[in-house]
Design a binder for this molecule. Sequence first.
Ligand SMILES: [Zn+2]
Ligand SMILES: [Zn+2]
Length: 277
Amino acid sequence: MSPRPYSGARVAYGTMHGKEATARAPFQHRLGAQVVAADGIDTDRFGTFTGTVPRLLAPADAAAAKAALAMEITGQPFALASEATYLADFGPFADHHELLLFQDGVRGMTVVESAMTRVASPFSDVGSVPEGLAAAARLGAPDAAVTISTLADGAAVHRGGLRDRAAIADVLEELLSLGTGARIQRDRRAFADPDRRAVLADLADRMADRLTRPCPACDAPGWGVVDVERGLPCAVCGSPTRGIRADVLGCGRCGERASRPRGALRMSADRCDVCNP
Ligand SMILES: [Zn+2]
Ligand SMILES: [Zn+2]
């Protein structure tokens, strides 16, 4: 593989929310490639965070569909696309899973990088303006934007991109007068959410770095982690546990795989099904 297989290439980012800005610098510096926006792309048709368009595809399939559309719109053979999922559990936090996919139409391959971070819980249901203002502050306003929605006569009413206190108070007043309560959530579109942009920038950097690494079998770019192996031995009895003992490295083109142990670690016995069933 040449040391910079994408030197001079143009890579289309399938986004309508300005995500291309998060990938430009690493793709330029590490690969000599130019990241461009796919102007006119409508990624909302694959689903929105607010539920105004339901999400029907699995995250990796949605990202692949956005990348394919970006290639079609721009005529470029290379594309990036991302997809986020927020899984709320009980309490004030949620897991943000972000996936960045790179599609190489020349080599016929796909490379995926992903990240998991803990974030403030994605929504609060509120019944008054003061309650809504407190929730907005908790969700990160005014540094981050929020969305507010309600149901009025069975139809969803929705306002997004809200940051400052006065604007949030106005919209709360309006929506609370229409329906029974309002749902306030972080606006997760990349241009409105600095935390999400930071995750996307980190993923773009990891992706660009990965694309400098060739597959040991077929020399295609993008050699990196594709899976993990569980079965880390228990520190007391040595039985295999759910703990991760190795990363699986793989190629996006030829299917080559290699295991890379994470070191001589042991799992604590309180997480062992034999010692602590
Ligand atoms: Zn390969
Ligand atoms: Zn054990």
